[in-house]
Write a protein that binds this ligand. Structure first.
Ligand SMILES: [Zn+2]
Length: 118
C-alpha cells in the first residue's frame, strides 16, 4: 500500500507518541517559514506544561521527518544529564530513534526477501 507523505507524517507522530512517550504533551506544528529545519521548546506557562516542536514545512518529507526525530530526541532528554544541546545522551537517543524509524517502515508489513527462506 502506497502512503502519501501526509499519511506518513501523521503515522510518524503517532508512532513517536506511542513508542517514545514524553513526560509532557508535545504539540507538533508544521511552520511555513522557519529559518531552521526544526526547533523545539518546553513551555511552563500557560499550564499544562508542554513541549512544542516546530518543523519547516518547506523542507522535503525526509528532512521534515529527520527534523521531527531530532527534536523529539531533545524532548526525551530535556531533563537529562547532557550539559550541551547535542550531548552524549541526546546522540544515543537520536540514533536509536532514527534507526528504529528506518526499520519501522510506517507500519507497513515488510515484503519478504527472496533469500529469507534459505
Ligand atoms: Zn538539536
Amino acid at each position: 500500500m502506497k502512503l502519501t507523505t501526509s499519511q506518513r507524517w501523521e503515522r510518524s507522530k503517532r508512532w513517536l507518541r506511542r513508542h517514545y512517550p514524553l513526560p509532557f504533551n508535545c504539540i507538533v506544528k508544521l511552520i511555513p517559514k522557519l529559518v531552521d529545519q526544526a526547533e523545539c521548546e518546553f513551555r511552563e506557562y500557560p499550564r499544562p506544561r508542554k513541549f512544542i516542536v516546530r518543523v519547516c514545512r518547506e523542507r522535503s518529507f525526509e528532512l521534515r521527518v529527520e527534523g521531527l526525530l531530532h527534536e523529539w530526541a531533545h524532548c526525551m532528554t530535556w531533563f537529562g544529564l547532557d550539559d550541551k544541546d547535542h550531548g552524549e545522551v541526546w546522540s544515543i537517543v537520536y540514533g536509536r530513534l532514527y534507526d528504529a524509524h528506518c526499520n519501522w517502515d510506517y507500519g507497513r508489513k515488510r515484503k519478504p526477501k527472496e533469500d529469507d527462506n534459505q
